[in-house]
Design a binder for this molecule. Structure first.
Ligand SMILES: Cc1ncc(COP(=O)(O)O)c(C=O)c1O
Length: 463
């Protein structure tokens, strides 16, 4: 029995039209065996919708896959196939699978209690460490997922400004909550004109009236953002943006764009919110805000801050975060700041910060080499390849467009070719995300990179 994956929108995944569990393509057979994964998937489908617990995991081939264990930069699936892992749980495993220093800290805490619905010293120590690393963070509130943190940041901005609209950008993903999952990958006929796209829901069940509180614009076009502020004068509570467009092509900000957003918010009294759920602690120890030297009022963090444990954060200036503290704006969560997660946060941030960030520097070196190698090998094979982003989170696409600066310019990529490349890598023991995003951890070694590039050299020939 195969699950009905037809309901999931596969457009964005770049996964070709493979029937789950079926042949790779007419006439081709899978070289690698996935029989146990397949059996587990069929079993899971009886009790778990789609055989999965997060819809984004549906986008895989030959079917959603089951994994048995991970160590460092490697992961083993249920059939015993070993992969060099560039998925890294979609980001959180910045220190690789099961980092020893983090596990040790968590183990120490486990026998001392999990949570108290009260405070404990690890929360303070984790907060102090966090605030010492992130430029905008005069204060921080911890929660569990990125979606929660973004929700908290938007409520904060609306609460402190007394305004209701949030300006956000087409193609940015900020979480799956009702007021977050808009215009993430909209069909252009639904989204309308580039200059002022309609806020487009990403799921059935979202309420159209939520769109009234959003203003959507293309990224990297300051003129259009300025025009939106003119049009909605006094109504915009915040600009919400990823400082690097990681989820939609690894697109870097154009020179002056982030600085322009900063200026506009300061002038207008709106808050600048950076969603650093991916970029935080990954682009640099102080996140993208440190890297670009543009300091937001509020920022959200999650993947990468706790060695794989579920921790997120809303951080920012005291004058804004203080509204959580005086209880005028609600922020809550039973699991917020739980002790093992705080132990993991403190340990992970301490490991990252040690030796002037030597671990992160290593990850950047490995990522640089991969980016350069993939580009060279693909060009040598005659492909129009783009490798964009930062070394610890970069995006690979086959695209003959010269300039990719926003969602719409990212759309021309050859998804079928990338899907063939992706499948060929998986067959060679290199696990990446089907849409083209590669995460690199501090655990990847030179040998991993060399092996990966050997696989890339063969896989591009199949793209
Ligand atoms: C930039 C960004 N913000 C928010 C989120 C939501 O985080 P979570 O999946 O932990 O809710 C994600 C998840 O991919 C993300 O990439």
């Amino acid at each position: 029995m195969a699950c009905d994956l037809g309901r999931f929108d596969r457009r964005d995944a770049g996964v070709p039209a493979v029937v789950p569990g079926g042949p790779l393509a007419p006439g081709l057979e899978w070289g690698m065996r996935f029989d146990h994964s397949r059996a587990l998937y069929e079993r899971a489908c009886r009790t778990c919708p789609g055989g999965i617990h997060s819809n984004v995991r549906a986008h895989w081939a030959p079917q959603p896959m089951y994994y048995d264990h991970g160590r460092g930069a490697h992961v083993w699936d249920a059939d015993g196939n070993e992969f060099i892992d560039y998925v890294l749980a979609r980001g959180p495993l910045l220190l690789g699978h099961s980092p020893a220093g983090v596990l040790e800290a968590v183990r120490k805490q486990l026998d001392r209690g999990l949570m108290y619905a009260g405070q404990h010293v690890l929360e303070i120590e984790a907060a102090e460490k966090f605030c010492s690393m992130v430029p905008c963070a005069e204060m921080v509130r911890f929660s569990n997922s990125g979606s929660e943190a973004v929700q908290g940041a938007m409520r904060l901005a609306r609460g402190v400004t007394g305004r209701r609209k949030v300006l956000r950008f087409e193609g940015h993903y900020h979480g799956w909550f009702d007021n977050e999952m808009w215009s993430t990958a909209p069909a252009l006929d639904a989204a309308g004109p580039r200059e002022s796209p309609r806020a487009t829901p990403a799921s059935k069940g979202q309420v159209a009236s939520d769109a009234e509180n959003l203003v959507v614009r293309p990224w990297n076009d300051l003129r259009l953002v300025e025009a939106a502020f003119d049009r909605h004068r006094g109504e915009i509570a915040a600009i919400l943006t990823e400082p690097i467009m990681c989820n939609c092509g690894g697109i870097m900000p154009e020179p002056g764009f982030l600085e322009g957003l900063r200026e506009l918010c300061t002038r207008d009294g709106a808050l600048l919110i950076f969603d650093e759920v991916i970029t935080g602690f990954r682009v640099s120890l102080g996140g993208a805000q440190q890297h670009f030297g543009v300091i937001p009022d509020v920022a959200t963090f999650a993947k990468g801050m706790a060695g794989g444990f579920p921790v997120s954060a809303v951080a920012g200036k005291r004058e804004y975060l203080g509204a959580f503290g005086d209880l005028s704006i609600s922020h809550a969560g039973t699991y917020n700041g739980n002790a093992p997660c705080m132990a993991a946060t403190l340990a992970a941030l301490t490991m990252l910060g040690a030796d002037k960030g030597a671990l992160l520097q290593h990850a950047h070196d490995m990522g640089h080499e991969l980016m350069r190698g993939i580009e060279q090998l693909a060009r040598k094979a005659g492909k129009d390849v783009h490798v964009r982003g930062v070394p610890t989170a970069f995006f690979v696409s086959f695209n003959d467009r010269e300039r990719i600066i926003d969602y719409r310019t990212s759309l021309g990529r050859d998804r079928e070719a990338y899907a063939r490349f992706w499948l060929a890598l998986q067959e060679r023991g290199v696990r990446t995300l089907p849409e083209g995003l590669w995460f690199v951890s501090t655990a990847h070694t030179q040998e991993d990179v060399d092996r990966t590039l050997r696989a890339v050299a063969e896989a591009v020939e199949e793209a």
